[in-house]
Design a protein around this ligand. Structure first.
Ligand SMILES: *Cc1c(COP(=O)(O)O)cnc(C)c1O
Length: 426
């Protein structure tokens, strides 16, 4: 409403807008259910004729306020929270791609998403073909089939730190009548808004920078409202044909620009139930209040750490798009002009053992299965998060076996560098 606010202001003031006498801080509606005065009022909610809350598995006011803040940050029209980033990625595809369907995804994505798309969704009869974003348009477009439903990529890939050319892939997707879904977890809307480059749907693992303090696992889906489902009605029957579980209602007709999120809420959340707890949404909201400040510090620190590693003789290679000789520097300047994120990928001269020795020698910086947190942390994907991938799959996903993922926090950068320095000397 009113004039468009800057991102920092939305981080602080977006979402909860209390009326006279209401709590200044977003209340936690820790309630499974909601009261109505008569049976007809309730019936109208079930028919999607009125909007309102009836059961937290579908919607909860605390969650919706926080989803709305993320929606405003991304510049979308509607949004929903999910219990995890994995649930958000799954719903974003499954909402438009059912058994017998196919989609294509960049091979430079989070390991959990790679496994979800390549293994688990296959068991549901949905096929994903992974593409190398460095291939030519012709090579990638040759993977698109008549039953292809969407294109998926990650703004900054976890853990490779490659930058996805959103505008290029949006153009490619749209020329085939497909939406582009972008996982914007690492960049956050503070540093990149994929909708401005043509992406149609954005997903987040809010577990990372949005929460920022490692308190709550969560996810979010945001719709730009820009994709015209009805123009490709044959391809998207779930949105463009009557839903028998809602008395023949057609989402794209009844809800227009809000069709995607309404269907994901009314159908997928209802049936699969991956709601975020209102308490976690409260913590997420608190995290987002400082997102703009934290991202600035993460980027400033990571740039200095990246420059230190870049010039260190024990470092074999480094991937951070803020370094002028990085492969993704130009894409970084285009999509992430104010900074990318705090995550750096690098390898040490030596073998796998060298990486493990280095990590075990760190004192302040801890080894955790986490990333994008206010505390600096480190992980060796080949022995931790990506254990389930073969060496070949690792390489396909752009992950060198010696890759160390360093997530630079918001401590004083001198202390971060000092810890890395002493560990490198071990
Ligand atoms: C962590 C992560 C996910 C998965 O999110 P969870 O909240 O752990 O389920 C998805 N995408 C990216 C880029 C991630 O970093």
């Amino acid at each position: 409403m009113g004039t468009k606010k800057n991102k920092g202001t939305v981080c602080v003031q977006g979402g909860w807008q209390p009326k006279k006498g209401e709590p200044r801080m977003l209340p936690i509606y820790q309630s499974t259910t909601f009261k109505y005065d008569n049976s007809d009022q309730m019936a109208r909610l079930f028919d999607l004729k009125d909007t309102g809350y009836f059961y937290t598995r579908l919607q909860n006011p605390t969650n919706d306020v926080v989803a709305d803040k993320i929606r405003e940050l991304e510049g979308g029209v509607s949004a929903m929270l999910t219990s995890s980033g994995q649930a958000a990625s799954f719903y974003s595809v499954f909402n438009i791609c059912e058994a017998g369907g196919h989609f294509i995804a960049s091979n430079n994505i989070y390991g959990g998403t790679y496994n979800l798309f390549g293994v688990t969704m296959k068991k549901l009869g949905i096929e994903c073909t992974f593409f190398d974003p460095d291939c030519s348009d012709e090579e990638i477009e040759s993977l698109i089939r008549p039953n292809t439903k969407c294109v998926f990529g990650e703004t900054i890939s976890n853990p490779g730190c490659h930058v996805f050319d959103i505008e290029r892939f949006a153009g490619m997707a749209h020329s085939h009548g497909l939406p582009l879904i972008v996982d914007n977890t690492f960049a956050t809307p503070v540093n990149c808004r994929p909708f401005e480059w043509g992406a149609d749907i954005v997903v987040h693992s809010t577990t990372k920078y949005l929460d920022g303090h490692a308190t709550s696992v969560g996810g979010c889906i945001v719709d730009s409202g820009n994709f015209d489902w009805m123009a490709h009605a044959d391809k998207f029957p779930g949105l463009c044909q009557p839903d028998e579980s809602y008395h023949g209602l057609t989402y794209a007709e009844a809800f227009g620009k809000n069709a995607f999120i309404t269907k994901a809420t009314a159908q997928l959340m209802r049936d699969l139930g991956s709601i975020q707890s209102p308490f976690n949404a409260f913590l997420l909201n608190l995290g987002i209040e400082t997102l703009h400040l934290r991202m600035r510090q993460h980027c400033e620190n990571a740039q200095k750490v990246a420059e230190f590693l870049h010039d260190n003789e024990r470092v074999a290679w480094i991937s951070y798009c803020g370094l002028p000789d990085d492969k993704y520097y130009a894409l970084g300047q285009k999509y992430l002009p104010n900074g990318s994120c705090g995550v750096i990928a690098f390898g040490l001269k030596g073998d796998r053992e060298t990486a493990i020795k280095f990590m075990d020698s760190l004192k302040m910086i801890s080894i955790v299965t986490h990333v994008a947190d206010s505390r600096t942390c480190v992980l060796h994907p080949a022995s931790h998060t990506h254990r389930q991938l073969s060496d070949e799959q690792l390489r396909e996903a752009g992950i060198a076996p010696d890759l160390i993922r360093l997530s630079v926090g918001i401590e004083d950068v001198e202390d971060i560098i000092a810890d890395i320095k002493q560990a490198l000397n071990q």
